[in-house]
Design a protein around this ligand. Structure first.
Ligand code: ATP
Length: 448
């Protein structure tokens, strides 16, 4: 039982968390990271659009994940399956029958709630009477072709994984990969979530970065351990704070219908510890079900033993948007410098949307021309941003706010000795360096 003091502390923490989230949401809109979708029409619940810097950040995360999976592992290949799939896929996967949240409706205000989130027996909004819990399928339906009837009904995929399972034979035959091997995919998924929220944490349209690793039964738990470590290291490489990450094992009650063992990588968000990625031992559930429903032989021939078996699958399933939110939450900071408040995103240079800004000290005396020459030199290596508007202090602040790790300033000394100042966002240290050395110095820093 929580004491009154503990309850008070948790209330204060919640309020501080909410304030922090509000600041992040407002920064995202102001600086072109994320906008409410269809805003000129009043927005559309839980849908968000990624602006110029948001899409750059998202692409960087996706590229790093893709590289981590496919380039750094010679037994993992990529795939991009269609969002619309044969409806039988979702019967085989168990989603038609199992992908449901029990819901209750308020008879008075008609609001719908997740049954497990309701305390008591009346509507938390209006006090009205609630219905008994009913099953509610989270898959979006649409229809394919000119006639809308039951036979044309298809689902928007609620996860990318099934596209991998139904292509497992194709991939194996066309690549001649042997078990153990993996297939990686990034793509949109759709879930008609009942309680979306916390900005882009839970939305109805989102992107997943999933990798399904096919292994020999009996070796599954060993590979699960391997992937737990690999995936945790990935988030550390993205620059997330170690103390904000943890592994949480699902107990029997929480296990999904397909899983034997499951872990979540969790992050401590301003609204509590929440899942960032799921790592699951899905056993031979998926391939067995697809064998049964499709009538195709999906067994694997083991050349060593001369026997066939249905591979087990270890899945690593991460949310791209959720990772982006985690990076923002982790990086957001405010500090006072010489009596002025600065907002900083301490994004790691590997993910930062803009790597370096180039700023002439003043808009005259040929400094902008030199600065533009530097931009032209750097542009084929990095995303560079040129800015000559406003005071130099203000221009630095604008870059700090969007996480640009390095700033180059061209001043009068540049005209004399071809050097510029290189400013570091986090330490505010300024080095004097030769223009000719910039590419090498920055490459080293960005890659580190
Ligand atoms: P949760 O418990 O948060 O609903 P889940 O266990 O249903 O998540 P999975 O099915 O394991 O999630 O999906 C893998 C990952 O996809 C999650 O860890 C998360 O990062 C992301 N994800 C799932 N649902 C959403 C959503 N509605 N919005 C954004 N990302 C999501």
């Amino acid at each position: 039982m929580n004491t009154t003091k503990e309850r008070e502390i948790s209330k204060i923490k919640l309020a501080a968390g909410r304030e922090r989230m509000d600041k992040i949401v407002s920064l995202c809109k102001r600086r072109g990271l994320i906008y409410p979708s269809s805003e000129i029409y009043g927005g559309l619940g839980s849908c968000w659009d990624y602006g110029p810097l948001g899409v750059a950040l998202k692409n960087n995360i996706q590229d790093l994940w893709w590289k981590e999976m496919t380039q750094l592992h010679d037994n993992i290949v990529g795939l991009d399956a269609a969002i619309l799939m044969h409806p039988k896929v979702w019967e085989a996967s168990g989603h038609v029958e199992g992908f449901v949240d029990p819901m209750v409706d308020c008879k008075k205000c008609k609001f719908r709630f997740r049954a497990d989130e309701i305390e008591g027996t009346v509507c938390p909004k209006c006090g009205g009477e609630l219905t008994d819990p009913r099953q509610f399928n989270l898959m979006f339906k649409t229809s394919m072709g000119p006639v809308e009837d039951r036979s044309s009904m298809v689902y928007l995929r609620p996860e990318t994984a099934q596209g991998i399972y139904v292509n497992y034979l194709n991939v194996m035959q066309s690549t001649r990969l042997k078990i153990p091997f993996g297939i990686a995919q990034v793509g949109k998924a759709f879930r008609n979530e009942i309680t979306p929220g916390n900005f882009i944490f839970r939305t109805r349209e989102f992107e997943q970065m999933e990798m399904q690793f096919f292994v020999k039964p009996g070796e599954d738990e060993k590979w699960l351990e391997y992937w737990l470590e690999e995936r945790m290291n990935f988030y550390l490489k993205l620059g997330l704070k170690k103390e904000k990450l943890r592994l949480s094992r699902h107990d029997k009650k929480e296990l999904a219908h397909y899983a034997k063992t499951a872990y979540d990588i969790e992050y401590e968000f301003p609204f509590g510890w929440k899942e960032l990625e799921g790592i699951h031992n899905r056993t031979d559930y998926d391939l067995s079900r697809h064998m049964k429903y499709s009538g195709k032989d999906l067994t694997y021939f083991d050349e060593e033993t001369g026997k066939r078996y249905i591979p087990y699958i270890i899945e690593t399933s991460a949310g791209l948007n959720r990772t982006l939110l985690t990076l923002l939450v982790d990086a957001y900071d405010e500090e006072e410098v010489e009596g002025e408040r600065r907002v900083i995103l301490h994004l790691s240079p590997v993910v930062a949307p803009i790597k370096v800004s180039v700023l002439p000290l003043v808009k005259k005396d040929g400094l902008p021309d030199i600065a533009k020459e530097i931009v032209a030199k750097l542009r084929s290596y990095f995303i560079v941003f040129y800015d000559q508007q406003g005071s130099i202090g203000r221009r630095y602040r604008r870059q700090d706010e969007v996480g640009t790790p390095f700033g180059i300033t061209v001043d009068y000394q540049t005209k004399e000795d071809n050097t510029v100042t290189l400013r570091y966002r986090d330490t505010l240290v300024q080095d004097r360096v030769l223009i000719d050395d910039l590419v090498n110095i920055l490459r080293e820093r960005v890659e580190a």
